[in-house]
Design a protein around this ligand. Structure first.
Ligand code: CP
Ligand code: NVA
Length: 314
């Protein structure tokens, strides 16, 4: 497998959201991800490169997929939690970024407020990759897009619905619709609508590629003619205090077989995981024949390895 050519605007750059990147760059990452999925062993594109993975919030998929993907590309992943770092005892984000930049080739971080990853990126001399903030989950959107490309071919004009809480996963999906020309309709109740500015910017970008981003309240309207229905937890990390209210408000937005039946006959279900059985998704959908969720989880490894291969393409 030949190493892809460096891409201006992606090689050597940070990825905090996908909004600063071009459709061409994202398509190149997806091409590489799909090629890696069909290749064993992987090429040693990250040989001699060390990548720090900082987790200030729990993670199964992001942590293991980055570790596994980096190791398979011949690199060295270094997993750190804030409890392992002086960051957890008050050392500044700026000083942490300066020191790590002298020792590793890239920093992946899962943290809370997006302002914190921006602060890290401002002080770092190496690329910083967002492994989830309260506002964005760009690596998830790459795996989502890979999964849809593998199922449906081109994403341009593909109809998909996001149903439930308009959270970080939803924001990154809207941005991905803007980069690929998908028709994305988000069905969310009042008070749970996704970020309006991101929706507007993504809609404008999507329309240049023949797609759209729409926000509606009715979940049935959202899934009409959709080839994919996506949902995520009703209680994201940081939202625990309002859990009871959220479960009550989002109850009509559960993805079950009846909602799947209201979409296109070829519809697939997507979920970033972890799933809360019987809340945002039923076990029947999660484990049923229309679920693409387990491929989607696996694709975290391919798409993030592909992203690093492009970002660290020296
Ligand atoms: N989807 C996702 O990011 O999962 P983790 O929280 O397990 O990393
Ligand atoms: N929206 C969820 C995604 C978890 C992977 C959260 O932020 O907790």
């Amino acid at each position: 497998m030949d190493r892809p050519a460096p891409i201006s605007g992606l090689t050597g750059r940070s990825v905090l959201t996908l909004e600063n990147h071009t459709p061409e760059a994202i398509n190149a990452v997806l091409d590489t991800a799909i090629a890696l999925r069909g290749t064993r062993p992987w090429p040693p594109w990250l040989a001699d490169q060390v990548i720090a993975l900082i987790f200030e919030r729990p993670s199964t998929r992001t942590r293991v997929s980055f570790q596994s993907g980096i190791a398979r590309l011949g690199g060295t992943p270094m997993v750190l939690s804030s409890g392992d770092l002086q960051l957890g005892r008050g050392e500044t984000v700026e000083d942490t970024a300066r020191v790590l930049s002298r020792m590793v080739e890239a920093i992946v971080i899962r943290t809370g407020p997006h302002s914190k990853i921006r602060e890290l990126d401002d002080a770092a001399d190496v690329p910083v990759i967002n492994g989830l903030t309260y506002e964005h989950h760009p690596c998830q959107a790459l795996a989502d897009a890979q999964t849809l490309r593998e199922r449906f071919g081109s994403l341009s004009g593909l109809r998909m619905a996001y149903v439930g809480d308009g959270n970080n996963v939803c924001s990154s999906l809207m941005i991905m619709a803007g980069l690929t020309g998908m028709h994305l309709t988000c069905g969310c109740p009042p008070g749970y609508l996704p970020d309006a500015d991101i929706a507007e910017r993504s809609s404008a970008r999507a329309s240049e590629l023949g797609g759209s981003v729409r926000l509606v309240e009715d979940p049935r309207e959202a899934v009409d003619d959709a080839s994919a229905i996506y949902t995520d937890t009703w209680v994201s990390m940081g939202d625990e205090e309002s859990e009871a209210q959220r479960l009550a408000d989002l109850e009509p937005y559960r993805v079950d077989d009846a909602l799947m039946d209201a979409a296109s006959p070829a519809v697939v279900a997507l979920h970033c995981l972890p799933a809360h059985h019987g809340h945002e998704i039923t076990r029947e959908v999660l484990y049923g024949p229309r679920s693409a969720i387990w491929d989607q989880a696996e694709n975290r490894m391919h798409s993030q390895a592909a992203l690093l291969a492009h970002v660290l393409n020296r």
